[in-house]
Design a protein around this ligand. Structure first.
Ligand SMILES: [Mg+2]
Length: 238
């Protein structure tokens, strides 16, 4: 019997376009201005600048190091490089965007309704996303439906391991103190579902029409596939 639901974020409960068309362009457009406006007052900025230069194999003592770091960051964005200092800086910039009310964290309304319903039915809800735990919490704190962090009992990111490796899901099950087959994992990505399944979790794939308009729901596959949360039904835990 399923007791906990572990959900992915992007493409599952949040639209891919929110991340791709709102969050990423926002941090890209603000990165230079943000660094120049905050490097003297926000003590997190200079260590990030130094880490950018170290990762790029460059000196951290040159006079124009902020200019250099901004160039490198913009190049990493263009190359879609998943560098830790870039991710950290994006998190800080997104936090400001949420606080300024420049956008709210997108959630599909049917996903929000279902998560609320499952919580009321006694399920423990957890999140596993490649976005940092910090970025996850920001999205839920400033969501389209207000601060909904209380819905969740815990958050996991790739610190626990990569999303397409079974071991990551085994570790999460251990952290949850549940046998894997009592956990339902939800994601849009097949490779993640296969990994969770290998670890013994139950899985349901979400292929949202908004995110995957041309994709037919495959038939004759053992796991269940839905294109909205309306089709997800779980018997109450209570
Ligand atoms: Mg996803």
């Amino acid at each position: 019997m399923i007791k906990a639901v572990l959900t992915d974020i992007e493409g599952t409960i949040t639209s891919l376009s929110f991340v791709k068309n709102i969050l990423f362009p926002y941090s890209k457009n603000k990165i230079s201005e943000f660094i120049w406006n905050h490097f003297e007052t926000d003590e997190r900025i200079i260590p990030i600048i130094d880490n950018v230069l170290i990762e790029a194999g460059q000196s951290t003592t040159e006079k124009l190091k902020i200019d250099r770091a901004i160039d490198i960051l913009l190049q990493w964005i263009a190359e879609d490089k998943k560098a830790t200092p870039l991710k950290e800086l994006q998190g800080i910039i997104w936090e400001e965007g949420y606080k300024e009310g420049d956008y709210t964290g997108h959630l599909y309304p049917d996903a929000y309704d279902k998560l609320k319903e499952l919580k009321e039915k006694g399920f423990q809800l957890y999140v596993y996303s490649s976005g940092s735990v910090k970025a996850q919490e920001l999205l839920f704190q400033h969501s389209d439906f207000g601060d909904i962090r209380d819905l969740f009992s815990g958050f996991f990111d790739t610190k626990i391991g990569p999303k397409q490796e079974a071991e990551s899901y085994s570790k999460i099950a251990k952290e949850l103190n549940l046998p894997p087959n009592e956990i339902l994992f939800l994601s849009d990505i097949e490779g993640e579902l296969i990994a969770a399944n290998q670890a013994g979790m139950q899985t349901t794939q979400l292929l949202r029409k908004e995110d995957y308009p041309l994709k037919e729901l495959p038939k004759n596959i053992s796991r269940s596939i839905l294109n909205s949360f309306e089709g997800l039904y779980l018997e109450s835990v209570k």
